[in-house]
Design a protein around this ligand. Sequence first.
Ligand SMILES: *Cc1c(COP(=O)(O)O)cnc(C)c1O
Length: 366
Amino acid sequence: MRELVRKNILGITAYVAGKPIEETRRQLGLRDVIKLASNENPLGVSPKAVKAIRKEASGVNRYPDAQSFYLKKKLARLLNIAPANLVLGNGSDELIDVIIKTLVEDDENIITADTTFLEYGIVAAVNNREVRRVPLRYFKYDLESIKRKIDRKTKLIFIANPNNPTGTYVTRFELNDFIRELPDNIILVMDEAYDAFIDVDDFPRAQDYFKNKNVIILKTFSKAYGLAGIRLGYAIADTELASYMERVRQPFNINSLAQAGALAALEDKEFLRKTRSMVLEGKNYLYDNLKKLGLAYVPSVANFILVDVGRDSVEFFTKMLKFGVIVRDMKQYGLKNFIRVTIGTKKENERFIRVLKKILRGKEKT
Ligand SMILES: *Cc1c(COP(=O)(O)O)cnc(C)c1O
């Protein structure tokens, strides 16, 4: 079979998702399992969205609205842009693919960081495009080095802001400088999956740039909105660029349940507010306790924290799993001694710290 497969596919390592709760229950025979592995919203889903999805369910014999007319209209109004500036995707994952397919020729390259969202590299490899990975500096995107990596064949730059898995961010000042010097034939993608959790003043509003410059902004309903399961993300782009991306996406990529659920979720400001305050409180609790335990961590502006556990990440993950706590080992990201933990509810955070203590004291479950 190998001979039949395109050569660029052979070397790809498939994306490894966070371990599901149900699978963990089944495999370890545990009842009470918590997942702090995929930066999801532990408060669940906005009840308004659930109601809207239920109502829509009886209509799924019909194809969804291929234009997502109402959802685009509402998003555009909220963002103060035109519906034609929006491209919706089956998760922002799909938009990464659409962007690469729309823009990057065979012989052109893509630049991103070496420790960042893995999908950029995987999707580029599937499309047989070269990716240049620039090392982080103090766990942050190093824009100066990225600038130096640009050559005549560079078409696209991906910046996750804040970055996953580090939780660090590029400041307004840094981004300003970077965009000012960016050649006109390069498109910059600012992936803002975690924008709802930002608690600093110098975070850039990427949306301020997209009209005059070649900037695409990616957002998702998977994190703060609690809708990871419906698969919905969107890109904000110049209208002409957006129209080309519209040609590339699948015609019915946004299913009708996603359209209905997202429309309702956008109405539920209270749910977002609760989510945000839970994350900010939880973050302080985790910081305090990590400090007490003498564990180093990277300060985060997102809903997760990268923690240096000082020993093998996969082993540590496996030990936590036995206590019913799913975190993310950072092996695939090349951070051998780190885990990434999603900030959960108060109870979940407390349980995470309890289990962490046990493992650090050498109390293990076999
Ligand atoms: C979680 C995440 C996304 C969201 O992906 P979806 O396909 O919309 O679920 C995008 N970018 C980054 C950096 C992420 O961490």
